[in-house]
Design a protein around this ligand. Structure first.
Ligand code: ADP
Ligand code: ADP
Ligand code: ZN
Length: 220
């Protein structure tokens, strides 16, 4: 099964993708994580994209498309993948259609997480992840069970993203509405779009996603 999780910054895409990865044995492909890894490695790509990410703008389509085209062909994607943060523009969606056709792959479902803009700043401002395993948390909505210790791996170091501040979030939201929201009619027109209320708690959203996936699997 191959899925897209679509939604504004802080909607819960990564949180739900991590859960689906375990439950349905799918591979999470987060373009944001890939770009941050490139920045951290000090590669040429990393230095090319760092300023763009810090300003909350979108990285050029050709860079992103090349990254994903290579990634979906790796063996760990053979059981299916979850695209988290890609596509983010109509040209990226068109390039995805092309690469899926070339690899004889199909998109089963596009799930939109609908969250009010007003709730997103609080979500993003409280976000942190485990430095060792990448598990995602939130200061108030999803704290670690033991203070300062990762639930998944016992790690004690955590990361907060430089771009998770109120000012950059405003720019990222603007980019979402202007450049990414046109993907909703794009996929709705193909009958692959399902929208889920992302305002509920993490478990409630997870249950709604599972219901949508059951429908996708049975082709209804
Ligand atoms: P995205 O990948 O869409 O940017 P994340 O999954 O990283 O979003 O979620 C942003 C923050 O909000 C994280 O700190 C996460 O723990 C928290 N979060 C995710 N889903 C919910 C939810 N349904 N209710 C409350 N907080 C949530
Ligand atoms: P979030 O889900 O919280 O919005 P991501 O981790 O998906 O954040 O993305 C962080 C940043 O990386 C974006 O603001 C953008 O600069 C860049 N980025 C990630 N994915 C894409 C993409 N598909 N196209 C263009 N830029 C991207
Ligand atoms: Zn961890």
């Amino acid at each position: 099964m191959n899925l897209i999780l679509l939604g504004p910054p802080g909607a819960g895409k990564g949180t739900q993708a991590q859960r689906l990865e375990e439950k349905h044995n799918l591979k999470q492909l987060s373009t944001g994580d890939m770009l941050r890894a490139a920045v951290a490695s000090g590669s040429e790509l990393g230095s090319q994209v760092k300023g763009i990410i810090d300003r909350g703008e979108l990285v050029p389509d050709d860079i992103i498309v090349e990254m994903i085209a290579e990634r979906i062909q790796r063996p760990d994607c053979a059981g299916g993948f979850i695209l988290d943060g890609f596509p983010r523009t109509v040209p990226q969606a068109e390039a995805l259609d092309e690469m899926l056709a070339q690899n004889d792959l199909k998109l089963d479902c596009v799930i939109e997480l609908k969250v009010d803009d007003g709730a997103l700043v609080a979500r993003v401002s409280g976000r942190f992840t485990c430095a060792a395993c990448g598990a995602g948390y939130h200061d108030t909505n999803k704290p670690t069970k033991r203070a300062g210790v990762c639930d998944s791996c016992g790690g004690k170091e955590f990361i907060r993203r430089d771009d998770d501040n109120a000012e950059t979030v405003a720019a990222r939201l603007e980019a979402y509405h202007r450049q990414t929201a046109p993907l909703l009619p794009y996929y709705d027109g193909r009958g692959t779009l399902s929208s889920v209320d992302g305002m509920g708690g993490i478990e409630q959203v997870a249950a709604e996603i599972d219901a949508v996936l059951n429908k996708c699997k049975t082709g209804g």
